[in-house]
Ligand binder design. Structure first.
Ligand SMILES: C[S@@+](CC[C@H](N)C(=O)[O-])C[C@H]1O[C@@H](n2cnc3c(N)ncnc32)[C@H](O)[C@@H]1O
Length: 346
């Protein structure tokens, strides 16, 4: 494992993504995350990997979550961003101090009492915030990150097989640390600033909180709500990145209103297996994949599913952009995480 890690790091430093075989072993994300894209990684990551190896560009993921596509792609250079600071600190701690992290996670007994006590804690140090985030994620009910209106984590204890041990038994932390050993920039903030950094040859993968435009509030990740205006703002930022030569991929719920705000993107409907035995109406688990390709290489993406549309004229796309530009709020610059994370030793 150690010699494999050294080889992988040399490859990453050369500016190449890691080989498919290594990634199959090392690609599992260390968090479970609602809306996580592990199921899509097998088909999408090889395409993104080939693209980045050819273009030498940067991989950008503005809605990182567990980073399933990032870890499967294993790019040499990446910009990773999320609004959730504890989550970004968790990725940073895996990158900087994986061994200390595993030691700290393994030191906590897995039982309801400890769980409730850890959930109440509000540690200040970046390392302890990362440990708390990862440990709660691996021991909470269903791996669901749910918070109240004050932003406090309130998912109940998971019990049973919900334990963090798998992270070191299966070498998941070690694998993720290898993938993070490239040139990786971790930031906390709104998606728009991260997308605005994309340029020629870069790949932007956007997996926002899904919006049902038929309701006036949408799914929650933390105390803020991802509104319909955010979805429109996202489509506009993606189009600007496209104009600078970046390839942009956006996933979203399969709502026709969303298709209207990506008139210049290839659209594929992905059918997801219904998760966790929840009964849903047929079709409600469908997701759209929008692909904004500066070279319009239709065939390159066909392996992901049937491309259902013809691209609309540029005039239609610029009409949508003009609408969203008019309502564009000022966005704060993202904050970089102070690295390396310092371990806290008891
Ligand atoms: C569907 S999840 C991403 C899941 C990820 N693709 C994975 O594989 O786990 C959406 C993420 O967007 C983040 N988020 C929500 N609003 C945001 C915003 N305005 N800017 C940046 N990130 C945001 C949430 O914290 C959450 O982690």
């Amino acid at each position: 494992m150690v010699s494999q890690a050294v080889g992988n790091q040399a490859q990453i430093k050369e500016g190449k993504t890691q080989s498919a075989a290594v990634v199959q072993e090392a690609c599992k994300p260390f968090l479970r995350w609602a809306g996580g894209k592990r199921w899509l990684a097998r088909s999408l990551a090889p395409i993104l990997r080939r693209h980045l190896d050819t273009s030498g560009g940067t991989y950008i993921e503005p809605f990182l979550g567990s980073g399933a596509i990032f870890y499967a792609t294993a790019p040499a250079r990446a910009i990773l961003n999320d609004l959730n600071e504890d989550l970004v600190l968790a990725h940073a701690a895996v990158a900087d101090v994986p061994d200390y992290l595993v030691k700290a996670l393994a030191s906590l007994p897995v039982d309801r009492e400890t769980y409730n006590a850890v959930r109440e804690l509000a540690p200040k140090s970046p390392f302890e915030r990362a440990v708390r985030m990862i440990w709660l994620n691996r021991t909470c009910y269903g791996g669901i990150h749910r918070t109240n209106k004050q932003g406090q984590f309130n998912t109940p204890y998971g019990g049973g097989s919900r334990r963090p041990d798998v992270l070191w038994r299966e070498g998941i932390v070690e694998g993720c640390a290898q993938v993070l050993s490239g040139d990786i920039d971790l930031t906390v903030g709104d998606f728009e600033a991260a997308i605005d950094r994309a340029g020629d040859g870069d790949v932007v993968f956007c997996d926002p909180t899904y919006s049902n435009p038929n309701r006036d509030h949408f799914d929650r990740y933390g105390p803020s709500v991802f509104s319909w205006a955010d979805q429109v703002r996202l489509s506009s930022a993606c189009r600007r990145a496209l104009g600078r030569g970046a390839t942009v991929i956006v996933t979203n719920g399969a709502y026709s209103q969303l298709a209207e705000i990506y008139p210049d993107a290839y659209r594929i409907t992905l059918k997801r297996a219904t998760s966790m035995g929840v009964r849903r109406k047929a079709g409600t688990d469908d997701e759209y994949l929008f692909i904004l390709d500066p070279w319009k290489r239709r065939r390159k993406w066909a392996g992901l599913g049937e491309i259902e549309n013809r691209l609309k004229q540029a005039a239609e796309a610029s009409r949508v952009s003009a609408l969203s530009e008019a309502r564009r709020p000022k966005v704060q610059a993202p904050r970089a995480i102070v690295r390396p994370i310092e371990p806290v030793l008891d």
